[in-house]
Design a protein around this ligand. Structure first.
Ligand code: M6R
Length: 613
């Protein structure tokens, strides 16, 4: 959430900062700003603009900036509205310090009151600005920038990744890292401080993820790091190869559409990956064979879409591996009383690997002595580094804020994991595991065909679907979390209100809502018993004059007959129904949002990576 890019070079680096920000803009796009030092006057000069980076670029045409050292930020507003004043960088009283910040300063109110009482003048409503004023005081009362930073962090509570440019310190950027990620890159004549290594530029030859609770000083090809207690901290550098512009929409109109179409390949890739793990899968997930055999339960913690994948796993674990399964939203789990389960595998799921609530959960579980498996897409992320075991999602860069392919890969990995646990427990043999992997590949092959089959219909009817202001989505067993995921997608990118319900619950209240103004979308099941139950629920809707749109399977003729319209899918393995529906469901939502003229890849008020609790 929010992005930081600071660059040092021989020539002008403002363009590097700008292209770095472009790479991570999906992390926050409420407003953006860049600051550097004017080479003639030595004063700090900056440009800020509300809106996405297009607005900042336009502002830079009006007021061009050029300098060999510059700092930029793209903001997702937390404290203070979306205004130019609240846009980073923020300054001290005399514009001698410019700083950008990711995270939240939790004690900023007390700090601000105290600083204002001593005459500091604030210009924004942000939590961040307080840090600039604290540092202003510390620079006056300590012997060096290092001492000033160490004294400053003592005053701060919360999570903060900070990059700082001082008017009076040539060629140097300062940084602080506490809970929010930050990384440093070094080149022959250059250096960068960035919140995401995706935004390192071509000049960088090696990079290091900064350890938590550190401060540091960066110059071209130089970085000095200290722990919060002032002791020196050694960085572990990795070679950096710039992979070119990773963000590439190809010929698609939106990243979301491209990512929907990538799902066939990512399923193939992830099945290949689990197959290559062979017997190493125990160490991959961080457990001994005996520990897996003794497993009594599995507990997944995640947020948003990843949480829905954990809910689907809940069904898989119970029906395939015959173990108790729990799925919790990280933001809730974190504040419940600790009740550690014996013989339980805890796992966290995250595309970004940086979601604050999930990351805190991982840390809390580890602190209480649990091993924690991470199912993570970004291999360099905090969660990937801190988990005791890891299954890599291998989904590649997901740019659209709405998760698509990462959900699919999480479901695939958890389905496979259920089979592997079942195998260790003697419930299935290796042939069944291989069959399960093949079943996943069958789904992959069917995905694009489903879009081809219904694209014309959906495109034509998109405005009709978009004419409703509310929907109910129904599912049962694994098709219920899938209905929840579909609902999240429609809310997130079309801004249409949807309630997802377990179909059997409808008659306990929500049935009262059903009328001709609120379509009911039903996601069917391949389990014959569940299907019959679902059918009765749909009949109840129909009997009350409801409009039913069915995602059904071939042969489910009664459902197809009762529905006003249906999308019909081939029969696959019994629990994999959602996996064959996933691309079309996402495409359907995409087209609705498109017909409403929504900002598909960057929906309002959101950001891709939610690094604040
Ligand atoms: O990176 P994560 O998987 O941890 O992200 C969790 C949620 O923020 C994320 O899935 C969010 O709900 C998506 N934007 C939904 O499409």
């Amino acid at each position: 959430m929010c992005g930081i890019v600071g660059c040092i070079g021989k020539k002008d680096v403002v363009c590097n900062v700008l292209s770095g920000l472009e790479t991570i803009e999906y992390r926050g796009y409420d407003s953006a700003g860049i600051v550097c030092r004017d080479e003639n006057t030595q004063a700090l000069v900056w440009v800020k603009a509300c809106g996405d980076l297009v607005a900042l670029k336009e502002a830079l045409v009006e007021k061009p900036l050029h300098a060999p050292i510059a700092l930029g930020h793209t903001r997702w507003a937390t404290h203070g509205g979306v205004t130019v004043e609240n846009t980073h960088p923020h300054f001290d009283c005399h514009h001698t310090i410019a700083l950008v910040h990711n995270g939240i300063i939790e004690n900023y109110r007390a700090l601000r009151a105290d600083l204002e009482s001593r005459g500091h003048v604030f210009r924004s409503q942000t939590d961040t600005e307080a840090v600039a004023h604290v540092l202003e005081e510390k620079l006056k009362t300590t012997a060096s920038p290092k001492e000033a930073l160490l004294a400053t962090v003592k005053e701060l509570e919360g999570s903060f990744a900070l990059a700082i440019l001082l008017r009076d310190l040539d060629d140097t950027l300062l940084f602080v890292r506490n809970r929010s990620p930050l990384c440093v890159g070094l080149g022959e004549d250059s250096a960068s401080v960035v919140s995401d290594m995706l935004s390192l530029d071509q000049s960088i030859q090696q990079y290091a993820i900064l350890p938590d609770q550190t401060i540091g000083i960066v110059r071209a090809n130089f970085c000095e790091v200290y722990n919060f207690d002032g002791s020196p901290c050694e960085l572990v550098y990795q070679p950096f190869t710039w992979l070119g512009q990773l963000k590439n929409k190809k010929n698609y109109e939106h990243y979301m559409l491209k990512e929907i179409h990538e799902q066939k390949q990512v399923i193939i890739d992830v099945v290949k990956y689990v197959r290559t793990l062979g017997n190493n899968w125990y160490s991959a997930i961080g457990l001994q064979k005996e520990e897996i055999q003794k497993l009594e339960s599995i507990f997944g913690v995640a947020c948003g879409t990843s949480y829905h994948a954990a809910c689907m796993a809940h069904q898989y674990m119970r029906s395939i591996a015959h173990i108790h399964s729990y799925a919790e939203r990280a933001s809730e789990f974190l504040y419940q009383p600790e009740m550690p389960l014996k013989n339980c595998l805890y796992y966290v799921l995250s595309q970004s690997g940086e979601t604050a609530d999930t990351l805190e959960t991982l840390r809390m579980l580890k602190k209480s002595g649990q091993k924690v498996l991470g199912i993570i897409n970004v291999p360099t992320s905090s969660m990937a580094r801190e988990s005791t075991g890891i299954l890599h999602m291998n989904a590649g860069l997901e740019v659209a804020v709405a998760s698509t392919k990462s959900f699919t890969v999480q479901v695939v990995l958890l389905y496979w994991l259920a089979y592997k646990i079942a195998q260790e427990k003697g419930l299935v043999d290796s042939f069944a595991v291989e069959q399960a992997e093949n079943d996943l590949l069958v789904c992959a092959q069917l995905l694009d065909g489903m879009i081809d089959k219904y694209q014309a219909t959906i495109d034509e009817r998109a405005t009709y679907y978009a004419s409703f202001s509310k929907y109910i989505f129904l599912g049962r067993q694994e098709s219920f979390p899938f209905a929840q995921e579909a609902a999240l997608k429609l809310k997130e990118i079309a801004y249409i209100f949807v309630e997802a319900y377990q179909a059997g619950e409808l008659k306990h209240g929500p049935l009262a809502l059903v009328d001709k103004n609120m379509p009911v979308v039903v996601f069917s099941s391949l389990d014959p018993i569940i299907y019959r139950k679902l059918l009765s629920n749909v009949q109840e809707v129909k009997a009350r004059g409801g409009i039913v749109i069915a995602f059904a399977f071939e042969g489910q003729n009664e459902l197809i007959a009762v529905a006003s319209e249906s999308f019909v899918f081939p029969v696959v393995a019994v629990h994999l129904g959602p996996l064959v529906m996933v691309s079309l469901m996402q495409y359907w939502v995409y087209r609705i949002a498109l017909s409403l003229g929504r900002s598909i890849d960057k929906p309002r008020n959101l950001a891709k990576s939610v690094t604040v609790e």
